[in-house]
Design a protein around this ligand. Structure first.
Ligand code: ADP
Length: 557
């Protein structure tokens, strides 16, 4: 079988050698599961709803920089193992992804151009188990939030078990957890709520973590291959098992390909009330954050609430030109006009109450009493048959774990809308929020863009998510945006704020900011990398961790 020449070969691999690799990998997964990325015509996808598996659709560099040489989609665990062994034999780098949406962070694209894209979701997309009694599920990589939700609806379990979804429902449940993504119900910290993994190591070996390392006594050789054996009864019930706890090192890393993951589901809390509180003034932010910290730590706020800047909501409801036909950042007065037009505040706080009515009423009294101290604050609940202000109707679904893709719209704020996420972590204090907001806002406005962002509040910290929207077809805007985000990383690092996750182009810079004691942690990560992946084939450069076989200075962007 003849294969077309890819646009980009893996580094150091000649065309004939690559062809031999393709031949071998085709024998493993079948011809229909190998796609060579041989022409720009394969790189035409631009929509979240039909994502590219080969390049970053929201590219900040040229479209054909971060691209795969070929995309390979294994059908089962034994094939993943075989592909890893072949990658070692041919020294071909391989970049796993589950669905490959990962918007704002690089999509399905690999860090090293010409890597094989390992499409874990195309064929391996089953809900393997749902336990109603113990409220968990066991999933393959290709199960999206929407798939899981639909599965529960189909099995008439959605009234009993809730999913926790991020803003967009099209991503993989497993993939999002791998990146330590967040959602908005009380189960919003996805890594905290996962339980048990099955992982193919870079050399093709298979491990189960936590209680999964203990065999299930009822498993037998007639179960099929080892990955098909039923797991230990407590695999999805207790995360830590015995001995060193490893799950964390497989997230945001390049130490393994995760092929199964357990996830806890939230039992229906017995009642639910989403709400919106609007705050008029830009300067209300510190007081809002101070109140949130107290209520969140005391668990009066049970879920992951978010404080959204007016333009994030405005962008979901219309593009920039629909408000003001200008090519400069909107002014303070124009923001006030938009607030008035939409009946929103400068800051809009979306939350929800969970539990029986008596509990919700008590919480609501406390919440109203606390936020009511801020002059101009207004309180809203969705009303039957009426359109709610802002994005409350959308958030009402998200906060109840019903996946949507409605929030996709903010990316169309500008024509050919594309975005990068800048996501520093900070303490939950008014001062920190204020300082972060003023630093980022000034830089964003100086670069000629609008500030669009949200603060998402975890157990003890805030993820400040700045949505850097640009026109991907404008080389000038791409360059400006790239420069802007690099500056923001340095600005925040100077204050001791680091990012929780990032785009491919920025992984090295951010890894460098985590530099305590002469980069001791990064050195440890590299040591681990070389020990378990001596050929450096699995996702080299992921989150700044390079194997010894790469000269990382040469690969720095
Ligand atoms: P999304 O859920 O948004 O579609 P992806 O599937 O693109 O996200 O996954 C995001 C990132 O998480 C990938 O680029 C990869 O680094 C990591 N990842 C996802 N799935 C796996 C997996 N099965 N094994 C190892 N890493 C994974």
């Amino acid at each position: 079988m003849a294969f077309p020449q890819p646009l980009v070969l893996p580094p150091g691999i000649e065309a004939s050698r690559f062809e031999a690799y393709l031949k071998a990998v085709t024998e493993v997964v079948g011809a229909e599961n190998v796609t060579v990325i041989h022409s720009e015509d394969v790189l035409t996808k631009e929509s979240y709803l039909d994502p590219s598996k080969a390049h970053d659709m929201f590219h900040v560099f040229d479209k054909d920089y971060f691209i795969a040489s070929a995309v390979v989609a294994p059908r089962k665990v034994t094939e993943v193992q075989a592909v890893m062994r072949l990658c070692n034999e041919f020294k071909v780098p391989v970049w796993p992804f589950s669905i490959g949406r990962n918007v704002g962070y690089g999509g399905a694209a690999p860090r090293v151009p010409g890597s094989i894209g390992l499409d874990m979701g195309r064929n391996m997309n089953k809900v393997l188990e749902v336990s109603e009694q113990n409220a968990y599920c066991l999933l393959e990589p290709g199960v999206s939030y929407t798939d899981l939700y639909n599965y529960l609806v189909e099995k008439k379990l959605n009234d009993k078990l809730w999913v926790d979804v991020p803003d967009l429902g099209g991503g993989s449940v497993l993939g999002n957890c791998m990146e330590r993504g967040v959602g908005y119900t009380p189960y919003g910290d996805h890594f905290m709520m996962h339980c048990g993994m099955e992982i193919v190591l870079p050399n093709g070996e298979l491990v189960r973590t936590g209680m999964g390392a203990m065999p299930n006594p009822s498993a037998s050789s007639s179960d099929g291959t080892i990955d098909e054996q039923p797991g230990n009864r407590c695999w999805q019930l207790f995360n830590y098992g015995f001995g060193p706890y490893h799950d964390g090192i497989f997230t945001q890393s390049n130490y393994g390909v995760v092929v199964k993951m357990g996830m806890w589901l939230m039992p229906n809390p017995g009642g639910y009330q989403p709400y919106l509180i609007t705050f008029e003034k830009d300067s209300d932010l510190p007081q809002i954050v101070e109140i949130i910290r107290q209520l969140r730590l005391a668990m009066v706020l049970m879920n992951v609430p978010s404080i959204r800047h007016i333009l994030l909501d405005a962008a979901v409801l219309g593009d920039k030109k629909s408000y003001k036909n200008v090519d400069r950042p909107l002014t303070e007065e124009e923001l006030v006009e938009i607030q008035n037009q939409l009946g929103l505040g400068r800051w809009n706080f979306y939350g929800a109450l969970y539990g029986p009515e008596i509990m919700r009423n008590a919480q609501w009294e406390v919440i109203k009493g606390a936020f009511g101290q801020i002059p101009g604050s207004k309180f809203f609940w969705p009303e039957e048959g009426k359109q709610s202000p802002g994005v409350l109707d959308i958030r009402a679904k998200t906060l109840a774990g019903i996946p949507t893709t409605d929030e996709l719209k903010w990316v169309d704020w500008l024509p050919n809308g594309s975005h990068l996420f800048f996501s520093p972590i900070s303490e939950i204090t008014g001062d920190a929020a204020n300082l972060q907001y003023s630093i980022t806002k000034k830089r964003v406005l100086d670069a000629g863009f609008d500030f669009i962002g949200t603060f998402t509040i975890g157990m003890r910290e805030m993820h400040h998510i700045v949505c850097l929207v640009f026109d991907r077809k404008s080389p000038e805007q791409r360059e400006k945006m790239h420069k802007l985000i690099r500056t923001l990383i340095d600005d925040c690092a100077a204050h001791g704020w680091g990012e929780y996750r990032t785009h491919l182009a920025l992984m090295d810079q951010i890894a460098d900011t985590y530099s305590w004691n002469d980069h001791a942690l990064l050195k440890f990560s590299e040591k681990l990398k070389d020990a378990i992946d001596p050929n450096g084939i699995l996702a080299p450069g992921k989150n700044g961790v390079w194997p010894a076989s790469y000269n990382k200075e040469q690969w720095r962007l």
